[in-house]
Structures are given as C-alpha cells and as structure tokens.
Design a binder for this molecule. Structure first.
Ligand SMILES: C[S@@+](CC[C@H](N)C(=O)[O-])C[C@H]1O[C@@H](n2cnc3c(N)ncnc32)[C@H](O)[C@@H]1O
Length: 211
C-alpha cells in the first residue's frame, strides 16, 4: 500500500460517518452533473471515486434495471456505506462495487473495452490526477460516451473568499492539491470535446465532455 493510499484511507475513514451530512449542500450540483450524463435506460455508467454512494440513487434510476453502475472506490469505510445504501434501497439495477483506486481497477474484467456509456467524476480531484486511471476509464468508454466531472477549483484572484473556501475544503478532502487551478488538466485533452462551466462564485466547476 503506497503512502498516499494510506493517507486516503485515513482521511476518508475519518470522514465516512459524517460524509453524507457534509455533502448535503452539494446536492444541487450533483443533480446537475448526473443530468449532464444524459443517461438512458439500459446504459452502463462508471461512478469513479463513488464514495458512500450518494450518486447511486440517481444513477440507478437513470439506467434502470437493464442498465449497470460500476462504482470504484478505494476507501473501505466509504464503500461499506455505499454497499449498505444499495442493500437498504434494494435497487434492481446491477451495481458492481470495485474496491480499488481507479488506476488499479480491473475494469477490463468487468466491462468490454470501449463499451461503457458514461463516466462520472464527482468531487474526485485525486482520481482525476491519475493518468493511468484516466486511461482505464477512457478505455472502457465507447466513442461519444459522456464524461462529466465536477469539483473544487481555484477561483479568480478577485474572489478571495471563494479561494478561502476552496483552500479549507481542499485541506479537508484532497490528498494531492496540485492542479486545483485546472483539475481537468489531464482529462480534457483526452476527450473529443469538453466544456467547463463555473459554479459557486467560481469555486466549483462542471465539465461536460464526450469521449
Ligand atoms: C470527496 S469524495 C467524493 C465521493 C463521491 N464521488 C461523492 O459524490 O460523494 C472523493 C472520493 O474519491 C475517492 N478517491 C480518491 N482517490 C481515488 C483514486 N485514485 N481512485 C478512485 N477513487 C479515489 C476517495 O476515496 C473518496 O471517496
């Protein structure tokens, strides 16, 4: 286990019990991000760094019982909550819980290369900074698949309060804070097209892209 994985496990194990409450204010942006995936019944979607499964209700509803959700999450405590959430909800959509970082996720054993329909990176800055992980996800997606990412980003310098917020939130949730000026730095050039919009007085972004 590398040092950063140990730090990740420690950080999110500590937060797991209160995580769903902490993320409540983010719900509108989550809804917007999932809507941007434009999912249809029967489709397969990857939830990268899926955490406690807060996106699962909307993702399972969108793809239905003939669809599939693949949730990738390395923190055992966070994934336990996602599993519990699914067990309680008893959704009929098949969900694969992949206990792994995205860079080590054995996606090729779960989904035929180039066949998945969409991928979501919701507040997963650390996962977005993993070129190998991005290769795995992009390799699983079909051409034209939707890729949506959202998260923290440095606001313009004339928004100091926004940047104070980003700094505090990043210290609380991110292991590798590099590239907070452009979290999509590695992802966007590898997509056929991508557009980025700002939210929350510039302190959050929403990237809508196509494989
Ligand atoms: C802020 S949480 C977001 C969780 C979830 N996406 C949500 O919407 O609530 C970030 C998550 O990314 C996960 N993560 C961090 N590095 C990762 C990596 N390299 N691969 C996959 N997941 C990662 C963390 O364990 C954590 O659960």
């Amino acid at each position: 286990m590398s040092l950063s994985i140990e730090r990740l496990q420690a950080l999110y194990t500590r937060r797991a019990a209160v995580y769903d409450y902490e993320l409540m204010p983010v719900a509108p942006l989550r809804r917007e991000a999932i809507a941007a995936l434009e999912l249809a019944p029967g489709q397969t979607v990857l939830d990268v760094g899926g955490g406690t499964g807060l996106s699962l209700p909307a993702l399972t509803q969108a793809v239905g019982e003939r669809g599939r959700v693949i949730a990738i999450e390395p923190c055992t405590a966070m994934m336990s909550q996602a599993r519990r959430r699914a067990a309680v909800a008893a959704w009929r959509t098949p969900i694969d819980f992949v206990d792994s970082t995205v860079e080590e996720a054995p996606l090729e054993t779960l989904v035929a290369p180039g066949s998945a329909d969409a991928a979501l990176f919701f507040f997963t800055h650390d996962a977005l900074q993993q070129p190998l992980g991005l290769s795995r996800v992009l390799g699983a997606l079909k051409p034209g698949a939707r890729v949506v990412a959202a998260g923290l980003v440095w606001a313009a310098p004339w928004w100091p309060l926004s940047n104070l917020f980003v700094m505090g939130a990043a210290m609380h949730s991110i292991i590798s804070p590099q590239r907070l000026d452009c979290p999509w730095h590695d992802l966007a050039p590898r997509l056929a097209s991508a557009e980025v919009e700002r939210r929350w007085l510039g302190s959050a972004y929403l990237l809508k892209g196509w494989r």
